[in-house]
Every structure is written in structure tokens, then in C-alpha cells.
Design a protein around this ligand. Structure first.
Ligand SMILES: Nc1ncnc2c1ncn2[C@@H]1O[C@H](COP(=O)(O)OP(=O)(O)O)[C@@H](O)[C@H]1O
Ligand SMILES: [Mg+2]
Length: 358
């Protein structure tokens, strides 16, 4: 029979990386119940940064689940809101978080599975090809796919108390996926997302960058809000598939970004067409015209139409994006067209929205 004492004993092996002490001695473990092998407790956080919270949560779950006689572990996240609230008020002016970054671009959509991460990755690589210095931040806390898609492994190193981004194919990367075990389910609350976003900007040593691209979670939730509160977003690229159901969600997302005063750079219509590799026939698997329709409604351009391409899917799964895997393909050319359109829009918009006062 598993006892509370045995669970606490195991939790003493988990350290708070910031405090350098174990989480039991620090009093973070509270509200423990142990019944018939089912263990439940709350981690009562104080001022830990979001990444540390995610790490502690992940480890605490793991060590308890590994104990003989434990059939189920529930670890709730508690506390921390007060600190997050304070941080919001004491925030430095927006620009100061990443002074060395010229342009910030979010890749967003109303819906999951439309190809945001695929677009973010290949947009980053296509911009890099033009000689630009590019970083990519995976803000999709619910499905951090960027490490896998970019074939990046390992944990980012620390230097002078700052996180060094992991580099892959010449792109600097940060993802919550580097800090938690794959498939780990974490319940992200608003303040945690906010502080994770802040940390990915302030505590990461980006160096000088021309573009910092953000792969956003689907929907119109806290990450979008946090990001636009923490930094001045240069613009957002909205990804959609051509069919009507996807458009409903994109409309909501477009309305939200407009409300937040984030310029919409344009629409990417992904999975817009399928060209049969055998006979060359075009099949609009997800319908037609959705991208153009939403672009008209929002009064923004269609930046690119990206066909459905099995090699693009494989490239994502195998950590070798299509721009690297098949640089001469029509698909790679479509992403380059997107990058050129984005660069063009960003430079035009920044002239109007961020006048340099000298
Ligand atoms: N143009 C495309 N052609 C073929 N597969 C694609 C294309 N765009 C995305 N995919 C695949 O569809 C799936 C979902 O794409 P992903 O980029 O993860 O979407 P999201 O980030 O919006 O959830 C992935 O398996 C990806 O490889
Ligand atoms: Mg994704």
C-alpha cells in the first residue's frame, strides 16, 4: 500500500531549479490525498517562471507515477497568479523585451490542424534563405510541434542566466516542447501562458534578428492576448484551409487581431489544391475560394496558396521541412512566394505603423 509519506519521499527528489531546493521543503506540495493507489496533490507555486512550473509539474508527476502501488496521479497547478499580476503592472515598455529583433510576425488561425506550424517553419526557412536572421518561437503550448518538425532535439543551454535557443537549419528555436516530456498533458492557465510568453522573449538570448516568428496555438485565447500585450506584433499571418467550416474560425481570429490592433499581413490558403503526381489533374480536396473570400472580407491580400503535398507532410513528421527536403519543388517555391509577400507587407506596414522619431 502506498502511503503519503512514501509519495512525499519521492517528491523530495524534485528540485525547484530557481530556488535550488526540493519542492517538499519549499512547501510547494499541498492538499495531498492518497487513496487506493490514487494520488492527488496541488503544486502551490509562488513566483516561479512558467518554464520552471512546467518542468516541476512534469517531474513531480513522473516520480510519483513510477512508485510501486500508484495507479493514478493528479497534479494540479496552484498559486502564481499574484506574481503574474504584479509582473503585468511592472512590465517594461513593450519594445524593451526584445530590442534586437526587427520584425515580429505571428502565424495564427482559428483552428488546429490547418497547417500553422508547417507554414511557420517553412516561412522561417524561406526568409532565412534570403539572408535574413530568423528566430522561431513555439507558443503553441497545447501542441508544441516545432522541435519535431525542425528535427531539433535536446534542451536549450543556459548562459549568464539566459536561455540559449536551439539552432536547426540556421533558425533559432524556442519551444515549451524542449522543457516537458512528449505527450505530457499540462493544463495551461492564462497567467502561466502570459509568463511563458514573457520568458521566451526576455530570458532568451536571441541576438540580432530580422524576423522572429511565433507559431500560435489555435483559437482566440490567452496566448494571442498575452503576446500582443507583451510585444508590439508587427503583424499576423492567418492560415486557413479553403472550406467554409475553417472560415468561421478564421473570421473570429481576424476580428480579435483587429481589436488588438495587430495588422493582418494577409491570408495563407493552405491545402488549397492537390495536383496528382501521376496524371497532373488538379483536385480541390478542401474546396475552393475560401482564402480569397476571407481576404476580401478582411480587406487584406492572399499571400500564397499552398497545395496539399505528401512530401510536405512527411517532411513535418521526419523533421526535414520541405524547403530543406525538396528545395527545387513547386511546394518549396510556394513557400518562397509566401516569404516574399510577407517581407514586402512587413516592410510597407512598418513604415506606416512604427514611424522612427529621430
Ligand atoms: N500543404 C500541406 N500538404 C500536406 N500536408 C500538410 C500541409 N500542410 C500541413 N500538412 C500536414 O497537416 C498536419 C497538420 O499541420 P500542422 O502544421 O501541424 O497544423 P497546425 O499547426 O495548424 O495544427 C501535419 O501532419 C502537416 O504535416
Ligand atoms: Mg501546430
Amino acid at each position: 500500500m502506498i502511503t503519503e509519506e512514501a509519495v512525499l519521499q519521492a517528491l523530495r527528489t524534485v528540485q525547484d531549479p530557481g530556488a535550488g531546493e526540493d519542492i517538499v521543503s519549499l512547501g510547494l506540495v499541498q492538499g495531498m490525498t492518497v487513496q487506493d493507489g490514487r494520488v492527488s496533490f496541488t503544486l502551490q507555486f509562488t513566483t516561479q517562471p512558467a518554464v520552471a512550473k512546467a518542468q516541476i509539474h512534469s517531474q513531480a508527476r513522473k516520480v510519483v507515477a513510477a512508485l510501486a502501488g500508484v495507479s493514478d496521479v493528479k497534479v494540479a497547478m496552484g498559486g502564481g497568479t499574484q506574481a503574474a499580476g504584479r509582473a503585468t503592472h511592472a512590465e517594461p515598455p513593450k519594445e524593451d523585451l526584445i530590442p534586437e529583433v526587427k520584425h515580429t510576425i505571428a502565424v495564427s488561425s482559428g483552428k488546429g490542424g490547418v497547417g500553422k506550424s508547417t507554414v511557420a517553419v517553412n516561412l522561417a526557412l524561406a526568409l532565412r534563405e534570403t539572408g535574413a536572421r530568423v528566430g522561431l518561437v513555439d507558443v503553441d503550448v497545447y501542441g508544441p510541434d516545432i522541435p519535431l518538425m525542425m528535427g531539433a532535439r535536446g534542451t536549450p543551454a543556459m548562459f549568464n542566466n539566459r536561455i540559449i535557443p536551439v539552432e536547426s537549419y540556421g533558425i533559432k528555436l524556442i519551444s515549451i516542447g524542449f522543457f516537458v516530456a512528449p505527450g505530457e498533458a499540462i493544463v495551461w492557465r492564462g497567467p502561466m501562458i502570459h509568463s511563458a510568453v514573457q520568458q521566451f522573449l526576455r530570458d532568451v538570448h536571441w541576438g540580432e534578428l530580422d524576423y522572429l516568428i511565433f507559431d500560435m496555438p489555435p483559437g482566440t485565447g490567452d496566448a494571442q492576448l498575452s503576446l500582443s500585450q507583451v510585444i508590439p506584433l508587427g503583424g499576423v499571418v492567418m492560415v486557413t484551409t479553403p472550406q467554409e467550416v475553417a472560415l468561421l474560425d478564421v473570421r473570429k481570429a481576424v476580428a480579435m487581431f483587429k481589436k488588438l490592433n495587430v495588422p493582418i499581413l494577409g491570408i495563407v490558403e493552405n491545402m488549397s489544391d492537390f495536383v496528382c503526381p501521376h496524371c497532373g489533374a488538379h483536385t480541390p480536396i478542401f474546396g475552393e475560394g475560401g482564402g480569397a473570400k476571407i481576404a476580401r472580407e478582411a480587406d487584406v491580400p492572399v499571400l500564397a496558396q499552398i497545395p496539399i503535398d505528401p512530401e510536405t507532410r512527411k517532411g513535418g513528421d521526419e523533421g526535414e521541412p520541405i524547403l530543406v527536403r525538396k528545395p527545387d519543388s513547386a511546394q518549396a517555391a510556394a513557400f518562397r512566394k509566401l516569404a516574399a509577400a510577407v517581407a514586402d507587407r512587413v516592410s510597407t506596414l512598418s513604415v506606416f505603423t512604427l514611424p522612427k522619431i529621430t
